[in-house]
Design a binder for this molecule. Structure first.
Ligand code: GYE
Length: 347
């Protein structure tokens, strides 16, 4: 099977600042049902704290596809409670049309600010134009959008997917160079959600690094939609097809954890027979790194809730915010000192 070509979209990159995130330890969701505002989709809201800011934030979340996503949702809900922001939280259950519906309902409700995680990069112009016409500022979080009209949103805060992909490429290049391997290095890529900025960015960054090392090649790539179950299925089919490979690059931990199960079923020792590099840094991946079943875990920080609330308050006050804010993220590799002392990841 040949590596699949994925759609890539050029981003205009203008890094204008980093936001060191203050990480909240505990996650408490004080959800209270909001009388009939938005349509279905597992809505829950955190009631605001005593010192109510008077700000209403409409937040459209993708769904609950991974431990990372669930932590991101908890971070937003917890931070809204602490910031005294009234949160209308809508879970789109992995459907862009549900997100568009939710944003329209936030507009109808005349929230002060809208924030959302775009499940894919395309297809937002019309609904964001409606928000702009209504005079409601929009904050894009976690994943990026592609638009011809930059005035449709106030700013972005989230992860630098290209850099995450580059870090994955750098790790594999260093690992195989260190082992003095001259033979070709064949890679299986577990790709994220097609058309999403993290998948396209990670793939782009990874390929950018490999471009300077022709002995590395991606022999198979398939979207597992960031899902544990799909990571297992794809790896099962790769193993059954007899494709030979030396490394796995997974766009998130959920998929790699599924792939590890399939490899072990086939008698392969992941992390030893095959090099494994993954992104997110959820607890299970760190545990696998400590156990030698994964060789490199690249952090993708889900705990953006406090920064989102700070930005929502600034937007509600009519302030400008930085256009592009990337959160700080680390790389955890095999052999790192202090791996056993890492604080619990919380996801
Ligand atoms: O890597 C994955 C989640 O958008 C960066 O989405 C996020 C990604 C994350 O499902 O676990």
């Amino acid at each position: 099977m040949k590596a699949k070509k994925h759609k890539t979209i050029p981003w205009s990159r203008e890094i204008t600042g980093r936001i060191p995130l203050r990480i909240f330890g505990t996650f408490l969701c004080a959800a209270a049902l909001f009388a009939g505002l938005v349509s279905c989709g597992g809505r829950s809201e955190a009631k605001s704290s005593d010192e109510d800011s008077g700000i209403i934030l409409g937040f459209s979340q993708i769904g609950a596809e991974s431990a990372w996503r669930n932590c991101n949702s908890r971070s937003v809900q917890e931070a809204a409670h602490d910031a005294g922001v009234q949160l209308l939280f809508e879970n789109a259950e992995q459907k862009q049309e549900n997100q568009i519906k939710a944003i329209r309902s936030f507009i109808a409700y005349r929230v002060d600010v809208i924030a959302f995680v775009p499940i894919v990069a395309d297809g937002w112009d019309n609904v964001l134009r409606e928000a702009k016409t209504a005079g409601i500022p929009v904050l894009v979080t976690d994943r990026k959008i592609v638009t011809e009209d930059p005035t449709l949103y106030a700013g972005f805060i989230g992860t630098n997917s290209e850099e995450e992909g580059r870090n994955a490429g750098r790790f594999l290049v260093n690992k195989f160079a260190d082992e003095g391997m001259k033979k070709p290095v064949r890679i299986v890529e577990l790709y994220g959600t097609e058309g999403s900025s993290p998948a396209m960015g990670r793939a782009r960054g990874f390929r950018e690094i490999l471009a300077d090392h022709p002995e590395f090649s991606i022999v198979y790539s398939e979207s597992g939609d960031f899902l544990h179950s799909r990571g297992y299925e794809i790896m099962r089919s790769v193993l059954d097809s007899g494709i030979a490979f030396d490394a796995v690059f997974a766009h998130n931990d959920g998929m790699v954890l599924g792939a590890l199960e399939a490899m072990k079923e086939s008698g392969i020792a992941p992390g030893k027979d095959v090099a494994i590099v993954t992104i997110d840094a959820e607890q299970a991946a760190i545990d696998a790194l400590r156990a030698g079943e994964v060789n490199c875990v690249i952090e993708c920080n889900p705990k953006t809730g406090p920064a989102i609330m700070d930005l929502a308050k600034r937007l509600a006050a009519g302030e400008k915010i930085p256009r592009l804010m990337h959160v700080e993220e680390r790389v955890f590799s095999e052999g790192d000192v202090g791996l056993d002392e890492l604080a619990p990841r919380g996801y």
